[in-house]
Write a protein that binds this ligand. Structure first.
Ligand code: NAD
Length: 328
């Protein structure tokens, strides 16, 4: 088989689905999209793409996925927002099988480029205690004290990419994503992340007329959120570059969770009474992306304002909720 296929692992998921869409827009092909979820559950489905339902924790499945592959994006992982990763550490760590078997199969198939989606959860927890944090630099991952479970798996898999590059010459590229959000992703069910969860709660309050919202933690924890379009641009830029170290791909527009709620409320045109659930999983106190390195390497950084991206996300989730309510 000709080695010219672009493979998106996790193509039935949020970022993977958007990546397949973007590759198609650019006329890049042939494309293979792989996910463990039944095809009906994929967020975005496309004609003209080889869609495979495979469990990439399995080595033989990875060999099938890598046949004829040239460029590989590994976006497949068992993951979710803080509520999921704090309560499913073993499941999160099992994603190590995906990246391990994919790398082994990619080596046998002789792929040209291998992208791995790591996370800001690899950063040392002791550097994220203060909500007024300016930003995490790439060097802040060591000495290692990442998020338990999910973060340890990401850090180990990053390291595996590095050694496959050094020892076997596979051109691996690693991005540390900071909270990615947008339409066509998880917005309920327990795996959703803060922007989608906040939009859903605000919409539910508006639709029901019960003007209250539950917020996890005291709402003063800080984060940055990157809109999907910036994520796609950074991902492809890094994949095709000569930049070999793990790189932050994230927005540096830091907000508190309370400010995130303010924005969602202003999109909805309502004000809600806030109930703070202090014992809910809330993650670190402060996290933001330091973009010095990405600016230096590419003269670019994610810059879509949170308000702009949240308007699109809100509109999409609103549509999903209204459609679901009608079909009941
Ligand atoms: P997602 O859950 O929407 O997509 C991941 C996809 O991987 C899912 O469709 C899932 O079914 C699939 N998958 C899980 N196990 C699999 C397996 N064994 N075989 C094949 N497919 C499998 O998540 P996402 O937001 O699109 O995240 C994509 C990648 O980016 C993940 O590696 C995630 O850890 C990383 N990441 C995401 C964010 C974010 O904010 N979304 C932040 C940091 C890192």
């Amino acid at each position: 088989m000709k080695n010219n296929i672009t493979v998106v692992c996790g193509g039935g998921g949020f970022i993977g689905g958007h990546l397949v869409a973007d590759l198609r827009r650019q006329g890049i092909g042939p494309i293979r999209s792989v996910d463990v979820k039944p095809f009906e559950g994929w967020y975005q489905k496309f004609d003209g793409v080889e869609n495979l339902v495979l469990d990439l924790q399995d080595r033989v499945a990875c060999e099938k996925a890598m046949q004829g592959a040239s460029v590989v994006y590994n976006l497949a992982a068992d993951m979710g927002g803080m509520g999921f990763i704090e309560n499913n550490k073993a499941l999160c760590m099992l994603s190590v099988l995906i990246n391990t078997h994919l790398l082994m199969a990619a080596k046998s198939a002789g792929v040209d480029r291998f992208f791995y989606a790591s996370s800001a959860c690899v950063y040392n927890g002791s550097k994220q205690k203060d909500p007024s944090i300016t930003g995490l630099k790439e060097e802040d991952a060591y000495p290692a004290m990442p998020e338990d479970g999910y973060g340890w798996e990401k850090l180990f898999s990053e390291r595996m990419c590095r050694h496959f590059r050094e020892d076997y010459g596979i051109a691996t590229r690693v991005a540390r994503y900071h909270n990615v959000y947008g339409p066509e992703g998880t917005w309920d069910g327990g795996r959703e992340k803060a922007p989608a969860a906040v939009c859903r709660k605000v919409i539910a309050a508006k639709l029901s007329g019960k003007h209250e919202i539950e917020i996890w933690g005291d709402g003063n924890q800080t984060r940055s959120f990157m809109y999907i379009d910036d994520c796609l641009k950074g991902t492809q830029m890094l994949t095709h570059s000569d930049f070999i170290e793990p790189l932050n791909i994230g927005s540096s527009e830091k907000v508190t969770i309370n400010q995130l709620v303010d924005i969602a409320e202003s999109i909805a045109g309502i004000k809600l009474m806030r109930n703070y659930k202090l014992d809910a999983p809330k993650g670190v106190n402060g996290r933001n992306s330091d973009n010095t390195l990405i600016q230096k390497a590419f003269g670019w950084e994610p810059s879509i304002p949170l308000r702009t991206g949240l308007e699109k996300t809100y509109a999409w989730i609103h549509e999903q909720m209204v459609t679901r309510a009608r079909s009941k």
